[in-house]
Design a protein around this ligand. Structure first.
Ligand code: LLP
Length: 429
């Protein structure tokens, strides 16, 4: 896709635009950054993070909503600190993520702890930190949390993650609210599970939780889930179980190609309308957005190493690979590709592939580009589930990360060194 004219903004990417024929993040020219720092390089825009946050903040207004950033999307400390500073809470799924939030001074009273496999040490650490709530995904986990808390002389605040059996109409790997998914407690068994919880000594029921999937481009599945959860909350009230908050999870999509994702305001307005209609507008709401807060705030820069014109296809072999950006290999995901310094020449069709020894190591397919070896390409929408899913496959060092702020840039994660990769390993004596 080489259709950009030289003054345009990357579609869907606030604060990434062409100036004087060079792609910039805010006021920083990305060709200069890569000369200085090399590639592959993740570049985030601080202003884009703030803008994504403001969409939620403005949509919320005075309504009682806590936004807990689904930090699995991007857990760089600089990103977390930025959201903490803006007032975000965090949705964590591991003791490791808790450690990151505490490291940046995030407020434990705004942490919700999700995930199907919480271990004893993680439960202890979260109780020590005094997190807001555990989102409990099974009866067995409920029992374990109660036991751990009780032994510590504590009561853990819990929500049960209910699986409402709705189809989020997204990629099957990121759809989580269907019966066949491993997540949550089936809506039919939820009342029983709440009754069990109410009788346990180590837990205090505070909420109801669900998360139906990710990259939702239509909001109607949220309302299918909401109605079921509100029915449950009514039933719980009849059973003497009072719910203080309703957690609707994350899931709002972003723009990768031509999606027109629903806005936080569209979601919130309708949710509150329905709460009001059901006489439940005293409930506090929790949201756990990940992708929609960071996805369009970052790009991955990569340098073309070789062009290969094979019989069936043309390949641009770049220095980023599936270990840097796994989404195409794993979900067949689409990431736009733009040259950092567009060329005037005739465009050809290319597959953008990495050096890893797997046929799944592709980043983009069939893109029309005018490109030469040595050119730097930007893979779009790489702020979410990109660096956090990176690995060291093929003994490749993970990329550096940079945060741009106006005309300044900060390296917020050093490029790994080869020695970093060997650290902790040893040979037999
Ligand atoms: N809450 C829970 C319990 C979740 O499991 C997730 C994402 C979120 C919140 C945040 O959802 P978001 O707002 O980002 O849609 N690696 C995949 C996405 C996996 C999503 C996992 N859960 C991808 O690259 O598309």
């Amino acid at each position: 896709m080489n259709s950009l004219n030289e003054q345009s903004t990357l579609v869907g990417h606030p604060h990434f635009h062409y100036k004087d024929g060079v792609l910039h993040a805010e006021n920083v020219a990305l060709d200069r950054l890569t000369t200085q720092l090399g590639t592959p390089l993740y570049v985030y825009s601080r202003a884009a993070l703030a803008q994504a946050w403001a969409r939620y903040r403005d949509a919320i207004g005075e309504r009682p909503v806590l936004v807990c950033f689904g930090m699995k999307a991007n857990s760089n400390l600089a990103v977390l600190k930025e959201f903490a500073r803006l007032g975000a809470g965090f949705d964590i799924v591991s003791g490791g993520e808790l450690h990151r939030v505490l490291t940046v001074g995030g407020d434990p009273a705004k942490i919700v702890f999700s995930g199907v496999g919480k271990q004893v040490w993680e439960i202890r650490a979260a109780l020590d930190a005094d997190v807001k709530c555990f989102n409990v995904e099974s009866q067995a986990e409920l029992q374990r949390i109660s036991d751990v808390a009780h032994a510590m002389g504590r009561r853990a605040r819990v929500s049960l993650r209910v699986n409402p059996d709705v189809d989020a109409q997204t990629h099957p790997y990121i759809s989580t609210g269907l019966k066949e998914n491993k997540f949550g407690i089936a809506i039919e068994s939820a009342l029983d599970a709440y009754r069990t919880a109410a009788a346990l000594p180590g837990v205090e029921i505070v909420g109801v939780d669900c998360h139906i999937g990710s990259q939702l481009t239509d909001i109607s599945p949220y309302f299918d889930a909401l109605e079921k959860l509100l029915d449950l909350i009514d039933q719980l009230a009849q059973n003497g179980i009072t719910i203080r908050h309703l957690d609707l999870g994350g899931g709002l999509g972003i723009r990768y190609t031509d999606e027109v994702p629903p806005s936080p305001k569209a979601l919130l307005d309708q949710v509150f309308e329905r709460l009001q209609a059901r006489g439940l507008d005293h409930l506090h709401l929790v949201l756990e957005p990940g992708r929609s807060l960071v996805g369009n705030a970052g790009v991955l820069l990569t340098t073309v190493q070789y062009l290969k014109h094979a019989e069936a296809r043309n390949f641009a072999i770049v220095d980023a690979a599936m270990n840097d950006l796994m989404r195409p290999a794993l979900y067949d995901a689409y990431h736009g590709v733009q040259p950092v310094v567009p060329r005037k020449g005739v465009a050809e069709q290319y597959d953008i592939v990495g050096p890893v020894c797997e046929s799944a190591d592709w980043l983009a397919r069939n893109r029309s580009l005018s490109v030469q070896a040595g050119d730097v390409l930007a893979l779009e929408s790489a702020g979410a589930y990109a660096m956090t899913m990176a690995s060291n496959y093929n003994t490749r060092a993970r990329a550096a990360e940079v945060m741009v702020d106006g005309d300044k840039h900060y390296v917020v994660r050093q490029r790994e060194t080869l020695d970093d990769l060997l650290r902790g390993e040893s040979m037999l004596p």
